[in-house]
Design a protein around this ligand. Sequence first.
Ligand code: ADP
Ligand code: MG
Length: 245
Amino acid sequence: MTAGQTPPRLEIRNLVRVFDGRRVVDDVSLHIRAGQVTCLLGPSGCGKSTTLRMIAGVEMQDSGEIYVDGKLICDTVFRVPPERREIGLMFQDFALFPHLSVAGNVAFGLKGSREEKRARVEELLARVSLGGHIDSYPHQLSGGEQQRVALARALAPRPRIMLMDEPFSGLDNRLRDGIRDDTLALLKEEDAAVLLVTHEPEEAMRMADEIALMRGGRIVQQGAPYNVYTRPADRAAVAFFSDIN
Ligand code: ADP
Ligand code: MG
């Protein structure tokens, strides 16, 4: 980094995770600025979720470091606990709390007065067009609606970083493009650094500012979607992208 430049919101350096003697994450480095979406793209089993879990702090790396706004939050001896990392999480199964209303789900984990929490919940639910469902329960909602509640819940505490692991995979094909676009617009407004994990090239092309193409635990290519798509690094990358049509 050159002098005078602000550090990236999220930076991971040389992350390694070994399972049963195999480096499932093998020297992965990335940095993401606030307001930027980076897609970690690669086939099933290449180490995407493990990378994301280490950043979230629910999995420990064997070596490497994680920085937020230039400050070390995790290496092999020092570790900020997950709940203090100011990270929003979203997974394929939206994991809403079934016994809490929509408002209760979005308010979960929020700090501040009742009024402040209520205002934030109402703001976000209006933003995801669920203002009319504030007192509904998750089982009363469609898949697409549940996805939007999960997004609102993850963004409610104004996380510095959003980690999203295949957050659209469970959705109906017909809905998916619209929900991707709406999600992207909201992420941009909230100004988090976003790391979105996906095995679908089309999703990465649609959502990413930057694509990090992963295979066998390593990032094999990284760059703007257009560049990665038009100049794949090798034959395996060509084959992987040929899914898109
Ligand atoms: P992806 O998300 O890209 O599909 P994962 O990060 O889930 O890949 O997994 C990468 C590899 O690590 C896979 O081969 C998986 O079986 C293995 N793996 C993941 N978690 C564990 C674990 N807790 N113990 C042993 N192997 C694991
Ligand atoms: Mg995964």
